[in-house]
Design a protein around this ligand. Structure first.
Ligand SMILES: O=P(O)(O)OC[C@H]1O[C@](O)(CO)[C@@H](O)[C@@H]1O
Length: 245
């Protein structure tokens, strides 16, 4: 795990976007693992800027997203397919048939998860996986638990995640209580991983992920076992690490 400190959110997004852009330039058929939430928005904005300047071509890129709320379809403004269209796919020349997000409208969880797992296997290893960090240490929607779950699964979201994500909904009651998430295996099989963390609310989770035991109680802690994980964190996200070292 290598940690890069950026002075602020803008700087860490710039660095992460540079890595993604070089991956696409070196490997136009790259398979990118993408994430949602507020953290990666600055990365997508930067990639779009380079695309608009003619410096990046997404036409052969494949993307596999980490997760989707169970019950939300592509038209739902808080759904992750909607998010991806809004912040990236509708703004660049990607072929949408090469973009994959779990099907939130499939209410049969086993079916939804098996189908997504098949897609992940069929597309092969992810070349570069972009991750945000939940304030409780989650990656994708792999919530803290007793075991690491390898495959795509249906997750009962923790109270703290529902609370944290309620800022995107009109009320907490509207936040779906379940989601489909890529499992730890899909994430760990990626060739390279970027973990982005910004803000004080991520500082404790980042400290535990980097310095704590490897435990399913802090899902991001498993990233220590990956040979190529780069953490891009701003000063606030690094505040607990700095305090304790
Ligand atoms: O970036 P945020 O909005 O703080 O969310 C943290 C993480 O939780 C998720 O929303 C759950 O999927 C991730 O996409 C994100 O990286």
């Amino acid at each position: 795990m290598t940690i890069y400190e950026g002075k602020d959110y803008k700087e860490i997004c710039e660095k992460a976007a540079e890595l993604i852009a070089s991956e696409i330039r070196m490997n136009p058929r790259a398979v990118l693992g993408l994430s949602t939430g507020s953290t990666p928005i600055g990365v997508y904005d930067r990639l779009v800027e380079w695309y608009e300047k003619g410096q990046l071509d997404f036409s052969k890129v494949t993307t596999i997203n980490l997760d989707e709320y169970k019950g939300l379809g592509a038209e739902h403004e808080q759904g992750y397919r909607f998010f991806m269209n809004q912040y990236l796919f509708d703004r660049v020349n990607i072929d949408k048939s090469r973009t994959f997000v779990p099907d939130g409208t499939e209410m049969d969880s086993d079916k939804a998860c098996c189908e997504y797992e098949e897609i992940i296997e069929e597309k092969g290893r992810i070349d570069l996986q972009l991750l945000g960090l939940g304030a409780n240490g989650h990656i994708g929607f792999n919530e803290p638990g007793d075991v690491f779950i390898p495959d795509t699964h249906c997750v009962r979201l923790t109270e703290s995640t529902v609370e944290a994500n309620s800022r995107f909904f009109r009320s907490k009651e509207e936040v779906p209580k379940e989601a489909y998430s890529m499992g730890i295996k899909g994430i760990m099989q990626a060739r390279h991983i970027i973990l982005l963390a910004s803000g004080k609310q991520k500082a404790q989770a980042l400290y535990e992920a980097v310095y704590g035991d490897i435990t399913p109680g802090v899902p991001a802690s498993i990233l220590k076992l990956h040979p190529h994980t780069a953490v891009f964190a701003d000063e606030e996200a690094l505040s607990v690490i700095k305090e304790k070292s």
